[in-house]
Design a protein around this ligand. Structure first.
Ligand code: ATP
Length: 274
């Protein structure tokens, strides 16, 4: 079972590291770069994996996990890297780990080129749900990462990832449904969706999209072998999402208080710093 208290405390500090810079322990810094469909995030940890600093920016430079606006992505990564270096008193960030949705092999190079173009040396490349499990540390079950563009999952057996899947339904689709229903722009829909006080009201409108995400997980998971779903990714911030997953799949569904930055923090944990 996942130690929910430990995860919640750790993620709270990652959240805090967006506005506060923590003094790193030791001499090495570990960096995780998450190039997402909705956000680009950089998390900095110290060599004992304590969160040090984090910067993020909303971006639409990827589609279905693939970088399609290289220059746009590069400029944002450079900007976030510079901000972090300034927060760290001018210290240069060198090594970083990156991740990508499972099954998008062709994008590996573009992700690396963006990181390298911004001045990083890429020391590790992993898939997103595996990165998330560096935080969760579950031995058996399925980690489900629902970001902006896709629903990704990693099935774990005895601490090993035995299956990875990824399908294109994510938070973007939730926003599109909201925009259509309320006759508002996509940007306005995003604002409403991220407002926790509106979650109850929008729930009936977005329910079908969440059910679709749960169906994706159900398709790949054998309930005889997997009994628990562990949620992460920005879209899992939606209040009550875990209840729909439980109803659709019949599996116990667990999510931490803040599932948003789990994957980028997990990516950083896998950076080999020197
Ligand atoms: P992907 O992994 O698909 O490439 P990503 O890495 O950008 O995308 P995340 O950063 O995990 O994905 O999540 C971004 C999504 O989470 C966006 O669709 C965003 O609207 C949504 N999101 C963020 N905060 C909230 C919130 N409070 N409530 C609902 N949705 C949210």
């Amino acid at each position: 079972m996942m130690d929910l208290k430990r995860v919640n405390e750790y993620m709270e500090r990652v959240e805090k590291s967006q506005s506060m810079t923590f003094q790193p322990v030791g001499s090495k810094l570990k960096v995780g770069l998450d190039l997402g469909t909705a956000y680009i995030v950089i998390v900095v940890l110290d060599e004992e994996n304590n969160p040090v600093a984090c910067e993020k920016k909303a971006a639409s430079v990827l589609r279905d996990g693939i970088v399609y606006d290289y220059t746009g992505a590069l400029n944002i990564v450079k900007e976030l890297k510079a901000k972090l270096e300034q927060r760290l008193g001018g210290r240069e960030l060198i090594n970083c780990a990156i991740a990508m949705p499972a099954g998008t092999d062709s994008s590996i190079k573009t992700h690396s080129y963006v990181a390298e173009g911004a001045g990083f040396e890429v020391t590790n490349i992993l898939d997103e749900p595996t990165a998330a499990n560096s935080i969760y540390q579950i031995e058996n079950g399925v980690v489900v990462d629902i970001g902006g563009g896709t629903t990704g999952l990693a099935i774990l057996k005895n601490k090993k990832v035995v299956q990875i899947e990824d399908e294109p339904t994510g938070g973007t689709h939730v926003s599109l449904v909201l925009a259509g229903n309320y006759h508002i722009s996509f940007a306005e829909a995003e604002v409403i969706k991220q407002d926790y006080s509106k979650h109850k009201e929008i729930f009936p409108v977005v329910k079908a999209v969440i059910e679709k995400m749960a169906t994706i997980v159900k398709k790949y998971v054998n309930p005889k072998e997997v009994d628990t779903i562990y949620l992460c990714g920005g879209t899992c911030c939606l209040t009550g999402i875990e209840k729909i997953f439980e109803k659709e799949t019949g599996l116990t569904t667990i999510k931490p208080d803040n599932p948003f930055l789990v994957t980028p923090a997990g990516i950083a944990m896998n950076c080999e710093a020197n």
